[in-house]
Ligand binder design. Structure first.
Ligand SMILES: [Zn+2]
Length: 260
């Protein structure tokens, strides 16, 4: 069994066929999915999908790209939506200094407020970090010290951020990049303890080989897990079980019943 710990079923490239994509995923053995809300409106749509499917849950947060548009009312809505029992984490949130769609100081402030909200609500957080390692490390250290759990999603940074996440007791998640021929992060993939590793598609982005270049979807998760298993020199079926168990633990969902 597989758990797609991070995808965007509400993205315009998937939303119209989200139900079919979930069925295709189930047929491929992907029985659990977390679809990420990148803002309050997006999270409402994600919740709509989660309510129709037993194996689907949602998150709510403000993406760093949209930090500049987030005011007190936005964060109040995040808090309100987070009360839904099918919301399993806050995020994705974080810092993106590659695109700089929002000013960096505003990104940091909106990220810090969401970490504070996560502490208050007792929810884990999903982190997006791109070319912002030092500032991300400072904020996750502070959050972890306050008892917040998190995952570094679609990890593609260098060792310092990975190590800071692991020291914080957090999880690390990898997406289809690990299947690309030019992927050079093998050492980092091997560095994550087996009980802290998650797998994700980040669909519709970053389709794994052999679907590279196509629109990604949760049904392609087995290719990501196979890539991780090859890099780690582990059995793919065992890694599927382990990453699935880890994702259930991280999102605080009951363990899946063993297959009959
Ligand atoms: Zn994402």
């Amino acid at each position: 069994m597989y758990f797609d710990s991070h995808c965007h079923l509400t993205d315009e490239r998937l939303f119209g066929e989200a139900d079919e994509a979930i069925r295709r995923a189930a047929a491929a053995g992907v029985s659990r999915i977390v679809t990420i809300g990148v803002g309050p409106d997006d999270a409402e749509r994600a919740l709509g999908i989660a309510r129709r499917h037993l194996g689907v849950w949602a998150t709510v947060g403000v993406h760093p790209h949209d930090a500049a548009g987030a005011d007190a009312a936005t964060l109040a809505r995040v808090r309100e939506i987070a009360a839904d029992p099918r919301i399993v984490a806050l995020g994705e949130m974080g810092l993106d200094y590659h695109y700089d769609h929002s000013p960096r100081d505003v990104q940091r402030r909106v990220f810090a407020r969401q970490l504070e909200l996560a502490r208050e609500l007792g929810l884990p957080v999903v982190i997006h970090s791109r070319e912002a390692e030092a500032d991300t490390i400072a904020l996750i250290r502070e959050a972890a010290a306050a008892g917040v759990a998190g995952v570094l999603h679609c990890f593609s940074s260098a060792a310092p951020l990975l190590d800071a996440g692991l020291e914080a007791g957090w999880y690390v998640s990898f997406a289809g990049l690990v299947t690309f021929r030019n992927f050079d992060g093998g050492d980092l993939v091997r560095r994550v303890p087996g009980d802290r590793l998650l797998a994700e598609t980040d669909a519709p982005y970053l389709a794994p080989v052999p679907y590279r270049g196509k629109r990604n979807e949760p049904a392609f998760l087995p290719a990501v897990v196979a890539g991780l298993a090859a890099i780690r020199g582990e059995d793919a079926a065992a890694l599927a079980q382990a990453t699935s168990r880890n994702a259930s633990r991280f999102y605080r969902l009951p363990a899946e019943a063993a297959a009959p």
